[in-house]
Write a protein that binds this ligand. Sequence first.
Ligand SMILES: Cc1cc2nc3c(=O)[nH]c(=O)nc-3n(C[C@H](O)[C@H](O)[C@H](O)COP(=O)(O)OP(=O)(O)OC[C@H]3O[C@@H](n4cnc5c(N)ncnc54)[C@H](O)[C@@H]3O)c2cc1C
Length: 354
Amino acid sequence: MGAFVVCVAASVTPMDLAELTTLRLGGPARHVVEVTTERELIEAVSSADGQDERVLIVGGGSNLVVADEGFDGTVVLTRTRGISVDSDACSGAMVTVQAGEGWDDFVALAVGQDWVGIEALSGIPGLAGAVPIQNVGAYGQEVSQTIASVRTYDREANAIRTFAAADCGFAYRSSRFKAMPDRHVILSVMFQFALGDRSVPVAYAELARTLDIAVGHRAPSTDVRDAVLDLRRGKGMVLDADDHDTWSAGSFFTNPMMSAVEAAALPEGAPRFDQLDGTVKTSAAWLIDHAGFSKGYGTGPVTLSTKHALALTNRGGAKTADLLALAREVRAGVEAKFGVTLVNEPVLVGCTLS
Ligand SMILES: Cc1cc2nc3c(=O)[nH]c(=O)nc-3n(C[C@H](O)[C@H](O)[C@H](O)COP(=O)(O)OP(=O)(O)OC[C@H]3O[C@@H](n4cnc5c(N)ncnc54)[C@H](O)[C@@H]3O)c2cc1C
C-alpha cells in the first residue's frame, strides 16, 4: 500500500479552519489530510505539489490567522510522533523530536529529564515542528539557543535537507523557514541540551523577580517552569478553553526593532532594549497601551485581551474580518502616535493587514 492511499484514508473533509486554530477563526479548507509518519507527511505535501495544489501545513494552529473565505487547497495536519535521545555526560543530551509532538509536553519532559535550556519556554502552545519557524521565544529564552539542527523536506528541491542551527537564519521571531514559507516542511528538530537540574541563567527581569533571584542567576528548572506558567496564566498566555482571553494567537504584533536614532525619538518611559547588533527593541504592548488601546479595548466580538494589550482575542462568534479590523485600528493608532508601524507576528493566510 502506498503512502498516498494512507493519506487519503486519513482525509478529514470538509472542515473549517476555525476548528484548527486557537483563534477559532477561518473558513473552510477544500481538503484536510492528517499525517502520522514522516513518510506520510512528505508524500502528502509532494503529491499536492505535483498537482499544483496549494498546501497549508498546520500544527497546533496557534500562530495562524486564516481568512473567512478559508483555504482553497490541501491542509496537512502534522501529527507525527516520536522522541529519540542520545545522552552522555560530555556532550549533554542530543534529543530529536518529531514535528507533531506537543511543544509544552516536550518542555515538561525536558525539565523532568534534567535537559537544560527550554524551561522558560513553558506554556507556549503548538507543536514542536513549528518552533524553529519563528524561533519561538519568551521570558529571556529563544529556541534557537538549544536547537542543534532542523530536518526538513525541501519542496523546491524535492529532497530531505538538514540545516545546522547556524544555517537556519535564526533572528528575533524569524528564520529562513519563515522567510521562505512555502519551501521547507519541518520534519523534526534536534536539540542539544546541557544536563542538570538548574536552569540556564535567568535573563528576564520579571521572571527573576518572581523567582526571587538576580538576573543572570540560576534556579531549579522546575521552579522556573512553574513560575513561567504562573506568569503566563496571569497574562492569558496559556490556552484555556473557558477563558476567552486565550482565544488568540498570542502576541499579535512583534516588538519593533529600530535604530538608536529612532529609539531616541520615542517618548520618555518607552522601553528600550539594546541589541547586540546595535539596534534597539521596544515594546509593542507599551506602544499599544500608550496609544490609547488598553487591555480589553474594543466592543465587538474581537477585543484586546483583558489581561494583555498585545493579544487580540475572539470573544465568541467573531469573524476573521473583525480581527483584521481591530488589528488595523491598533496599528494605525500606534503609527499616528509614535510613527512606528507594527508588524503582525502570526502568519496570515488569504488575508492581509493592508
Ligand atoms: C496563547 C498563546 C501564547 C503564545 N505565546 C507565545 C510565546 O510566548 N512565544 C512565541 O514565540 N510564540 C507564542 N505563541 C505563538 C505560537 O504558539 C507559536 O508560534 C507556535 O510555535 C506555533 O506552533 P503551531 O504548531 O501552533 O503552529 P501553527 O499555528 O499551526 O503554524 C504556524 C506557521 O508555521 C507553519 N508550520 C507549522 N508546522 C510546520 C511544519 N512542520 N513545517 C513547516 N511549516 C509549519 C504553518 O504553516 C504556519 O505558517 C503563542 C500563541 C498563543 C495562542
